[in-house]
Design a protein around this ligand. Structure first.
Ligand code: HMG
Ligand code: MG
Length: 308
């Protein structure tokens, strides 16, 4: 395979990032973050989760966020084309609430690990797929696009090693149900490049590379190396999080997603287009880190701000 010419970035900081913040984050801060992300040229921003507020309190304002976006309150002032604002919907309740807010793209999220599935969404892998089926069916009927996630593709906090065949099986089911893309999550950031490449090769026997995305966390500092390995296999969609925000509430010790600024710097260095303005994104990363009172998790963001 060869490196792609263009990569689509799916910015997950406002969801995957903020869902794990221990300090409360106001709805207006979230909307400001989302607006700034769109302004930097990101065409796909995951904005909220329609999950139980008891499970993930930080996402409890999903309705307010999505209604505000629908009504244009956080509309980008400079973005060239409309940004897609997607949300997580684990079940019909989540989907119905999201549809009421005018959401046009949702994601279902499964796992390659039985234990993680139980801890994260309170059901087995098989039960989760059964729950997703009507969600998919209803979403597709109403013209809403559905993305699929598989968690723990390179390791699980409860089970350790996960066989690539397990990942491939869940990815195949999600695609068969109608997900337009399946995002492969190294939820706890334990992967290394050759492992990532082998896992992808196995999944790619079931799902075309053009329908796969890499969603890597950076707990062990391997995320960029892992991305390089899967880019070489032809992956052209990368999930990342501004300032490396995040972690996972059901994966103790997991750090944030790979920082979007770091991914952009890598891609720019390889001559791969993204359509995103790195300098603008670095300013947003600096702003949200200061606002949350946390260190900026992007090395590139830190370097750019220091030289500003
Ligand atoms: P459950 O307890 O099995 O569900 O939870 P239930 O149907 O029995 O309902 C229990 C209560 O939740 C009820 O409320 C429902 O109304 C409510 P009560 O009567 O007790 O007051 N409820 C909901 N409320 C709002 N929205 C909903 C909803 N559904 C039920 N959609 C459930 C099952 C899936 C709801 C729960 O386990 C949950 O919300 N889990 C969320 C987990 C989550 O958000 N995890 C983080 C995202 S995954 C991730 O980060 C990984 C990823 O980034 C990829 C990677 O990194 O690898 C995607
Ligand atoms: Mg994640």
């Amino acid at each position: 395979m060869h490196f792609p010419r263009k990569v689509r970035i799916v910015e997950v900081g406002a969801r995957d990032g903020l869902q794990n913040e221990s300090v409360p984050v106001s709805t207006s801060t979230k909307l400001e973050l989302i607006r700034r992300l769109s302004d930097s040229g990101l065409a796909h921003v995951e904005a909220a989760s329609f999950v139980s507020p008891r499970w993930v309190p930080q996402m409890a304002d999903h309705r307010e966020i999505m209604l505000a976006l629908r009504d244009g309150h956080a509309k980008s002032t400079t973005a060239k084309s409309a940004t897609t604002y997607s949300v997580l919907t684990p079940n019909m309740k989540g989907l119905e609430a999201a549809l009421e807010c005018g959401v046009r793209e949702v994601a279902v999220f499964g796992s390659a690990s039985e234990s993680f599935s139980q801890r994260n969404i309170n059901c087995s892998i098989a039960e989760s797929l059964e729950r997703f089926a009507p969600v998919m069916e209803h979403a597709l009927k109403t013209g809403v696009r559905v993305r699929g996630y598989v968690s723990c593709v390179l390791g699980c906090p409860y089970e350790g090693e996960i066989a690539p065949a397990e990942v491939a099986a869940v990815a195949r089911e999600l695609k068969a149900m109608g997900c337009y893309e399946v995002s492969l999550g190294d939820t706890i950031g334990v992967g290394t490049p050759l492992k990532a490449k082998h896992m992808l090769e196995r999944v790619n026997r079931e799902v075309p590379i053009t329908q796969l995305a890499a969603h890597f966390h950076d707990t062990y500092g391997q995320a960029l190396a892992n991305l390089y390995a899967v880019l070489e296999e032809g992956i052209a969609v990368i999930d990342s999080s501004v300032a490396g925000l995040g972690g996972c509430p059901y994966a103790k010790g997991a750090s944030g997603n790979v920082a979007s600024e770091d991914v952009l710097y890598l891609l720019e260095g390889m001559g791969i287009e993204t359509g995103v303005d790195l300098a603008a994104l670095a300013r947003t990363g600096d702003w949200i880190s200061r606002t949350l009172g946390r260190p900026n998790g992007s090395r590139v963001g830190q370097a750019l701000m220091a030289s500003d």
